[in-house]
Ligand binder design. Structure first.
Ligand code: G3P
Ligand code: CA
Length: 219
């Protein structure tokens, strides 16, 4: 069962920062999850919200700052995170804004085709299924994760349509029956965000393939 650090190691260090990814690696993760938006100059920035208000000392929309301005607030570029992680674990890139899709694909293609990084080091996930559909049409070697917070049934139908790699559901949607059904179609299952001992015990008993947690060491 893979250990996946949510936004790095969000339970211990400020989320989606190099320090948080470093902490996750120290805690022995197999992979990290992170979120991306575009800067005003079209660079892929690693941040969860569409504004910088909650996680930095600044204020305003990510899309209104250049990458170098965002860097001063401690927000890394996706490429910088790839080089920092340097193949220590896989990276699940959650695309928050459809507009970032083609830039992310282009960057992954550069790392996979030019730098010879394995495709297994990357996953793209999104709640916006148009993002995933677009990725599936443009590339057949990127592992795609269908995020859902409300319907395993719809996610399963869509996963079949785009030949996804995994279904990444809110963990409370899972039960013994639907885990069995998802697995019968060959999809992996990576639920989020599982933090308490009680919830971890429940999710582990379902024999999912990996767990996304703010406290990946607890997995
Ligand atoms: O990828 C799973 C999880 O990160 C989705 O929710 O809001 O934390 O991005 P959120
Ligand atoms: Ca996320």
């Amino acid at each position: 069962m893979l250990k996946i650090g949510h936004r790095g190691a969000k339970g211990y260090i400020v989320e989606n920062t190099l320090a948080s990814f470093q902490k996750a690696i120290e805690l022995g993760v197999n992979g990290i999850e992170l979120d991306v938006h575009l800067s005003s100059d079209g660079k892929i920035m690693v941040i969860h919200d569409e504004t910088i208000d909650r996680t930095t000392s600044g204020k305003g929309f990510v899309k209104d700052f250049t990458a170098s301005q965002l860097k001063k607030y401690g927000i890394p570029r996706l490429e910088e995170v790839f080089d920092f992680i340097n193949k220590s674990c896989f990276i699940n890139i959650e695309i928050k804004d459809f507009k970032a899709t083609s830039s992310v694909l282009k960057l992954l293609q550069n790392y996979i085709l030019e730098k010879n990084w394995s495709t297994h080091l990357f996953q793209i996930s999104s709640f916006n299924w148009n993002v995933l559909e677009s990725c599936s049409l443009k590339s057949n070697h990127i592992q795609l994760g269908v995020l859902t917070e409300d319907s395993i049934e719809n996610a399963l139908t869509f996963a079949k349509k785009i030949n996804a790699y995994s279904i990444n559901p809110y963990f409370k949607l899972l039960n013994v029956e639907n885990v069995k059904e998802i697995h019968s179609y060959g999809f992996k299952i990576f639920p989020w965000t599982v933090n308490s001992e009680e919830d971890l015990t429940f999710v582990k008993s379902l024999q999912v393939d990996g767990i996304i947690s703010d406290f990946p060491d607890r997995i």
